[in-house]
Design a protein around this ligand. Structure first.
Ligand SMILES: NC(=O)c1ccc[n+]([C@@H]2O[C@H](COP(=O)([O-])OP(=O)(O)OC[C@H]3O[C@@H](n4cnc5c(N)ncnc54)[C@H](O)[C@@H]3O)[C@@H](O)[C@H]2O)c1
Ligand SMILES: O=C(O)[C@H](O)CO
Length: 329
């Protein structure tokens, strides 16, 4: 019997290969850079399973080029790179990797929050550039975190994990979401507020929604105008949730204190982008889930999703379960 073919779009942790090797022929784009689109379109022609990353656009064009495809498995929790409706229409289940990256991403959010509040990037440059002459009573003054108010936009898995850490800093926790999170309210004393209240009252604003039509450029000029001049914004969700031009203006004109971004629009952000010239903006290259253990777990779940899809079984983590109802009906 011929073995199913799986295409993997990047060099990923070995764990994925351990899961799949016995059951499928694996072809991999063996590089640390994304597979060029024209090669991807050729490679999926005889693929039964696709294990992809957030850098690959899975749309009608790709699906047309992949007539045998039985499963699309994204090695990420976010799946805004995939046209899920189109996959569902074609009866293709789509998998993602929720949960296993929650704590790592919350940790990174906090690393950014603390670093932006206390101007760590500027402080490191100050020392490295030989400008450190003496202790200074007015040197590199930042914002207090302990006891401040944090406003969390998107109180899902990662938002809640960020809130848990905020509790340890004795913070007042506000949140906004499209639905109430009563568990977070009970456990953490988080208070549900409308967006306006969150923007006006928060000292720290962190973004943890998925990217969808309702969150695209949610943080725009009007939103920045409502924030405190001492506010710090952290985005560890998706770049397009923040309007980059509006952010640049807000930081340059001192309308907010600082921003720290793990994700940008565009992404990657070109090295000569004006945002990177601003002392009060810190950007890291989308490393929220980048720990050894987390990436191993993500690779494993992504592979288990592929395996289930190849066998016609329900994916352990499926973003379009309606695909099974359609099949049953
Ligand atoms: N920086 C990184 O490396 C990294 C790592 C993991 C996840 N992410 C991003 O973080 C997102 C969240 O992950 P999660 O596991 O917490 O997902 P989740 O589904 O548990 O949480 C997302 C929350 O956003 C809420 N939401 C959706 N639209 C909203 C809106 N318009 N206003 C307010 N809230 C809204 C949802 O109701 C949900 O509670 C992912 O979709 C992904 O894009 C980034
Ligand atoms: O959505 C995700 O999982 C991140 O952006 C990468 O871990």
């Amino acid at each position: 019997m011929t073995r199913p073919q799986v295409y993997i779009t990047r060099r990923i942790p070995e764990r994925a290969f351990e899961v799949l090797r016995e059951h499928a022929e694996i072809k991999v784009w063996d590089s640390d850079l994304p597979v060029p689109r024209e090669i991807l379109l050729k490679e999926v022609a005889d693929a039964d399973g696709l294990l992809c990353l957030l850098t690959e656009k899975v749309d009608a064009e790709l699906l047309n080029a992949a007539p045998r495809l039985k499963v699309v498995s994204n090695m990420a929790v976010g799946f805004d790179n995939i046209d899920v409706a189109e996959c569902t229409r074609r009866g293709i289940p789509v998998g993602n990797t929720p949960g296993v990256l929650t704590e790592a991403t919350a940790d990174l959010t906090w690393a950014l929050l603390l670093a932006a509040a206390r101007r760590i990037r500027e402080a490191i440059d100050y020392v490295r550039e030989g400008r450190w002459i003496t202790w200074g009573p007015m040197l590199l003054l930042g914002q207090d975190v302990y006891g401040a108010t944090i406003g969390i936009i998107g109180m899902g898995r990662i938002g809640t994990a960020v809130a848990r850490r905020a509790k340890g800093f004795n913070m007042r926790i506000l949140y906004h979401d499209v639905r109430r999170n009563e568990a977070a309210e009970a456990e953490l004393g988080a208070v549900f507020v409308d967006m306006d209240t969150l923007l006006r009252e928060s000292d720290f604003i962190t973004i943890h929604t998925d990217l969808n039509p309702s969150t695209y450029r949610l943080i725009n000029r009007e939103a920045f105008a409502k924030m405190k001049p001492t506010a710090v914004l952290v985005n560890a969700a998706r770049g397009p949730i923040v309007d980059t031009e509006a952010l640049y203006e807000a930081l340059k004109e001192g309308r907010i204190f600082a921003a720290a971004l793990d994700v940008t629009d565009p992404e990657p952000l070109p090295a000569d982008h004006p945002l990177l010239q601003l002392p009060n903006c810190m950007v890291v290259p989308h490393i929220g889930s980048a720990t050894v253990t987390t990436r191993n777990r993500m690779a494993e779940i992504a592979a288990l999703n592929v395996l289930a899809g190849l066998r016609g079984e329900r994916l352990p983590y499926c973003v379009n379960p309606e695909v099974y109802e359609r099949a049953a009906g």
